[in-house]
Unconditional design. Sequence first.
Length: 100
Amino acid sequence: MLRPYWRCYFPNTQAIIYVVDSSDTDRLVIAKDEFHAILEEEELKGAVVLIFANKQDLPGALDDAAVTEALELHKIKSRQWAIFKTSAIKGEGLFEGLDW
């Protein structure tokens, strides 16, 4: 498990890129909890947040609005954030997100 080592990368972080499997609806609650825990880290307070709602190519994948709701992004008031629908395997939405 890599999560305990994430803190090693927090100093001087200017942006967070969080990738969510939009087709794994069962794990979205875990993804939301992990995401909001990361946002509470003191060393990440100033970082902007880019969320990739990935695996849009799979049937049943939630769209960006549904992922926004599932991750409770509306609760993020103190920083810039954006969400982009992506398909890493097709290369869709990745550059749009990084350009943001």
